[in-house]
Design a binder for this molecule. Structure first.
Ligand SMILES: [Zn+2]
Length: 100
């Protein structure tokens, strides 16, 4: 199991990449501008981040059965900082696998 991931911000999208059991997993997330004056807790690493170091990202699933369903979490803006302190990828994987 790996405890690292990579992310790349393209316009208002965040591409998340990781691998688990030699399978590559990716998700393309929407970024919602964080207009709060205070920070939040990163959903992936559980660390408190300042407003400028955190962003709200969402992952949308679109299935014939359930329709469009979006989940959103706060995440570190810099994946490298998150990787240094993340201890468990379970929450990150469930977010990335949403709707898959
Ligand atoms: Zn984090």
């Amino acid at each position: 199991m790996t405890l690292s991931y990579f992310s790349l911000q393209i316009d208002n999208k965040l591409v998340l990449l990781t691998h688990q059991n030699n399978i590559h997993v990716s998700a393309i997330c929407g970024i919602t501008k964080n207009n709060k004056a205070h920070g939040s807790i990163c959903y992936f690493c559980n660390n408190i981040r300042n407003a400028e170091d955190i962003m709200f990202i969402s992952n949308t699933a679109n299935s014939k059965r359930d329709g469009i369903h979006t989940i959103g979490v706060y995440s570190c803006a810099e994946y490298a900082k998150c990787n240094r302190v993340i201890t468990d990828t379970e929450k990150m994987m469930s977010f990335m696998m949403h709707g898959k």
